[in-house]
Ligand binder design. Structure first.
Ligand code: 13P
Ligand code: SF4
Length: 362
């Protein structure tokens, strides 16, 4: 087996040459999926790029023997769950997790479910909805309890389905996506309470739980949490004609002040379809914003990053050309390294929740 230590020393150009050669050798046995937040030196090798929903579909539709996911851990898990048993999902660096996904785990979600049972009948009145940014065992929890998965693209459709099943929703781990989507659907802020997983009963009274329509997990994305409404105000003062676009993981006040809110794929499409010579302030991860700025410069589109400080997804950034070259060269040699394999029972239950999502997705 080829060792990562030998690859860590390679320059980007050397790693690039190895990636190109390995792709050539592996041909159709390999598909590389790349999330929009990947750094340029990795992103350019992706056969397909997309947001979480698009890449999930791509994984489900692919017939390649090896699915190398340039993204984060939960994405590779979804690729494993939705692909056939013979296909192999690979994450080039096992350290590429998602700090938001880590804010909910099976122990604290099951505890929340037990505590909710002291006030109501959760399996009759609460649909558990997990954002795709979560571990496979939480998707399995949703599968078992009549729940569903959502992404930033289909969150509204998923919530509509959830309310057609049961009167309330427990939404985890991202409070912002839950709140932004619920509010857009006409649910008042007072009917969305925050479940603090460090507190008994989520820090809520029985009355608050009974009156809530959505119970929002107290999770957030550390990257999108950096965007502030004041940054929009300052930009608008300078460029009143500018358009503001944000990812729904951004806080409520930021999304309220934005002209457009949507997934990474939506952000790209909106700027691509916009008139030339327009100016954009974008509230999402830096690698994507930099790519957009470069891509649309020639059309006279000015694309600016919302935060004055550099905020990148540090876990997405762990996928570097050296790790990609390492996993691909190993595949050429017949070695599978960094396989992501979800345990069969868990995968089956998680698949149920993912399939419910795919069915209601636009
Ligand atoms: P998208 O599905 O919009 O690409 O979002 C994934 C993600 O992790 C954003 O932080
Ligand atoms: Fe997770 Fe945030 Fe990174 Fe997306 S940007 S993968 S939510 S930490």
């Amino acid at each position: 087996m080829l060792a990562i230590q030998d690859y860590a020393q390679l320059s980007d150009a050397e790693a690039e040459a190895r990636i190109v050669a390995a792709k050539e050798k592996l041909g159709e046995r390999l598909v590389i999926l790349g999330h929009h937040y990947q750094r340029e030196e990795v992103f350019r090798h992706a056969d397909f790029s997309g947001d979480s929903l698009k890449l999930s579909r791509q994984a489900a539709d692919s017939s390649a023997e090896y699915i190398v996911f340039c993204g984060v851990h939960f994405m590779a898990e979804v690729a494993d769950i939705l692909s056939s048993d013979e296909q192999i999902a690979i994450l080039p660096d096992m350290g590429a997790g998602c700090s938001m996904a880590d804010m909910a785990n099976l122990a604290n979600v099951e505890r929340a479910w037990r505590e909710l049972a002291e006030v109501l009948e959760p399996d009759e009145s609460v649909t558990p909805v997990t954002y795709i940014n979560s571990a496979a065992d939480l998707k399995a929890f949703c599968g078992r309890h009549g729940g569903i998965v959502c992404t930033s693209t289909n969150a509204q459709k998923v919530l509509e389905w959830s309310f057609s099943q049961r009167e309330k929703v427990l939404f985890f781990p991202d409070q912002h996506l839950g709140r932004n989507t619920g509010y857009k659907m006409g649910i008042p802020l007072e009917e969305m309470v925050v479940w603090d997983f460090d507190e008994p009963m989520g820090g809520l009274t029985p009355e608050q739980i009974k009156n809530a329509k959505i119970i929002l997990w107290k999770g957030f994305c550390s990257v999108h949490q950096m965007f502030k409404p004041e940054q929009i105000d300052a930009f608008k003062a300078k460029y009143p004609e500018a358009k503001i676009i944000a990812h729904p993981e951004a806080p409520f006040e930021v999304c309220q002040k934005s002209d457009y809110v949507g997934s990474t794929e939506y952000i790209i499409k909106t700027i691509r379809d916009a008139e030339p010579n327009t100016r954009w302030l974008v509230g999402t991860e830096l690698n994507l914003v930099n790519r957009l700025a470069k891509q649309f410069k020639d059309e006279g589109k000015h694309v600016h990053f919302m935060s004055p400080t550099v905020c990148m997804c540090s876990t997405m950034f762990r996928i570097d050309p050296q790790h990609l070259a390492w996993v691909l060269d190993n595949l050429v040699e017949g070695n599978v390294v960094n396989q992501i394999k979800v345990e069969p029972k868990e995968a089956e239950e998680a698949k149920l929740a993912l399939e419910r999502m795919l069915e209601v997705s636009p």
